[in-house]
Design a binder for this molecule. Structure first.
Ligand code: ATP
Ligand code: MG
Length: 426
């Protein structure tokens, strides 16, 4: 075995899994394009301050999960732990949010966490950020778009939408004070993490995984009591739109999300099929962030989905994708190989929808056919001594219940164009 191994928590996606990833990504692109979203690609490395300021000093990400380092010029840089900060930075820097915008991105994110199933140190997110629409119709569009994606992937039935509103910053700070007072009285019943958070980030206690802490929270004040009228109206209208669309949700008053920058709507899509790593997608509104980054105050709302967890979920449901060639070309000798190579080249040119693999490295017909079979190809195309003389080619089906055929070049083209049509429809 090689002495080098991938870094802990950073995973190789091998060729037998990449077709599923490609299907996941292509489906997302189709859905996003259909909704008028445009892709944005930002650098993986940003200044550390970008994240500490936007995500918040007292969050798990900034406190213990960031990959940060000084560069050779002693600037503090970080590998991005999420995509929202970079997108907002880019949008402000390039003056993109003078009018409403719908953006998406896809790429690796980095967090120093304890690796386990569905939790890695390099993982991938598909994120969406929208700017310029303050109303709940934008939040509704995001959620309906998620549902379209889940449906096309075949996982809609195993996902639940959890929804909450965390109100305006002012309402939230009143609630925070009341919650802190209440929890301080029960300090000794809280788990250690929550005791520590009481002073730094008390709202995070709401989604503590500790059963005793959750029991204490049963009697705690709720955000609903402190919600401002505008946030309440926003929330009610969002629920109304979701009801109209037949999109089921559960209100989870303890859903707060890990990052500091949210207001009003927050949501998570969860599943009971993945154990502890149950959330596949989370998001919400972050109306204050653009101005915090020096832009003109602009409402914003978005989400990020974890691709590893979506892949795991599809695998759990036996949803798979494969990538196989349509034609595998074998040849008997050097002379036939040359002919076959030219023919393969021509076919790829004239029938770009077909996957055409030519056998390399010679060998007997028997061994070449073995490789053809292993490739999963539907047809083998044979260039043998006979074919060299007749100018025809022989096609043998490997999968389909069809006859072997020997075709002239003209007949071959008719066959290939039918095959291409079939492949395109599929
Ligand atoms: P969790 O509570 O599971 O740590 P989070 O609240 O930190 O999630 P977000 O920052 O909201 O996650 O990221 C959005 C999505 O990205 C998550 O719902 C999850 O699907 C995925 N994700 C987050 N961290 C990881 C990770 N370390 N490995 C794999 N996927 C992740
Ligand atoms: Mg996390």
């Amino acid at each position: 075995m090689s002495q080098y191994r991938a870094i802990r928590g950073m995973v190789d996606v091998l060729p037998d899994e990449t077709p599923l990833w490609q299907m996941l990504e292509q489906t997302a692109r189709d859905v996003l394009v259909a909704h008028g979203y445009a892709e944005i690609r930002t650098p993986i490395v940003e200044s550390m301050e970008l994240f500490t300021r936007s995500i918040g000093e007292e969050t798990d990400i900034v406190e213990k999960e960031m990959y940060s380092f000084p560069d050779r010029n002693d600037e503090s840089l970080s590998l991005r732990p999420e995509g929202t900060a970079s997108t907002v930075r880019a949008a402000v820097q390039h003056n993109l949010i003078q009018s409403p915008q719908r953006f998406w991105y896809l790429g690796p994110m980095f967090r120093y966490e304890r690796p386990q199933k569905g939790r890695q140190r390099q993982f991938h997110q598909l994120g969406v950020e929208t700017f310029g629409v303050a109303g709940p119709e934008q939040d509704a569009e995001l959620l309906l778009m998620c549902r379209q994606w889940w449906t096309r992937l075949g996982i809609n039935d195993v996902l639940t939408l959890e929804l909450n509103t965390i109100g305006s910053p002012e309402a939230r700070s009143c609630f925070k004070a009341a919650l802190t007072d209440y929890l301080r009285d029960q300090f000794n019943s809280l788990d250690e993490d929550s005791q520590r958070r009481l002073d730094t980030n008390p709202l995070r206690i709401l989604d503590s995984k500790s059963a005793t802490t959750q029991a204490v929270l049963d009697g705690a004040p709720t955000m609903t009591e402190y919600l401002d009228d505008e946030s309440q109206r926003h929330h009610d209208r969002l629920c109304q739109l979701l009801d109209m669309a037949g999109l089921a949700y559960t209100i989870n008053p303890r859903l707060v999300r890990g990052l500091d920058y949210y207001n009003k709507t927050v949501f998570e899509w969860t599943t009971d099929k993945l154990g502890a790593q149950a959330t596949v997608c989370g998001g919400g509104r972050y109306d204050m962030m653009v101005s915090k980054f020096g832009g003109k105050a602009t409402p914003a709302s978005g989400f990020a989905a974890g691709l590893e967890r979506l892949v795991l979920l599809m695998q759990t449901l036996d949803i798979d994708a494969i990538s196989v060639p349509d034609l595998y070309i074998v040849s008997s000798d050097n002379n036939a190989f040359g002919q076959a190579m030219l023919e393969a080249d021509r076919i790829r040119c004239e029938f770009p929808g077909l996957g055409v693999v030519q056998h390399l490295g010679g060998g007997s017909f028997k061994s070449q056919f073995k490789r053809a079979d292993k490739s999963g190809a539907a047809w083998v195309m044979v260039f043998g001594a006979e074919e060299m003389v007749s100018g025809k080619v022989t096609l043998k089906p490997l999968r389909a219940n069809e006859q072997q055929m020997t075709l002239s070049r003209e007949e071959l083209d008719t066959f290939l164009s039918q095959l291409e049509q079939l492949v395109n429809e599929y």
